[in-house]
Design a protein around this ligand. Sequence first.
Ligand SMILES: N[C@@H](CCC(=O)N[C@@H](CS)C(=O)NCC(=O)O)C(=O)O
Length: 173
Amino acid sequence: MPTPDAKPDFELVSHRLCPYVQRAAIVLAEKDVPFRRTIIDLADRPDWFRKLSPLGKVPLLMTDDEVLFESAVIAEYLDEITPGRMLPADPLARARHRATVEFVSALLSDIAGFYSAKDTAALEEQRAKIRSKLEWLEDHLGDGPFFAGQAFGLVDAAMAPAFRYFDAFVRIA
Ligand SMILES: N[C@@H](CCC(=O)N[C@@H](CS)C(=O)NCC(=O)O)C(=O)O
């Protein structure tokens, strides 16, 4: 494991509102890793970003000589190069946590569908999807306070950005 001094110089390519960027930023903060943030306009992607981002999406984590994409991969990488583990040691439990991160990504996608719904029918459809996913999560929670008990983990970092929407949603619908 690299010493703190050996850590690359990290740059997080971001969009101000992106919940996937926030996942990476949360893990960086949790692991006390300094980083620079570069904010881009997704409606007017700079050329350098188009070249670096194979899917045209944020976040990107730029290290000294690599560019990583996909928030879950970035989060795991950051976890692995820093002290402490945000995933369980047991392979089966770890697989379950990774699956839950993926599940929460689907929830974020439902949330995006909710706030961009074109009409009431679409809004209701997304509302039902969000409710059903939150119910599944509720059924899979332990005693807390975090997903896996006392320790804040990658599932929590993945889910945390979803909470920011809920107050606004109560006002919308
Ligand atoms: N699976 C990706 C999703 C990232 C994502 O959807 N980012 C959005 C902003 S929140 C984006 O860049 N959208 C641009 C596009 O889809 O063209 C991840 O987890 O990093």
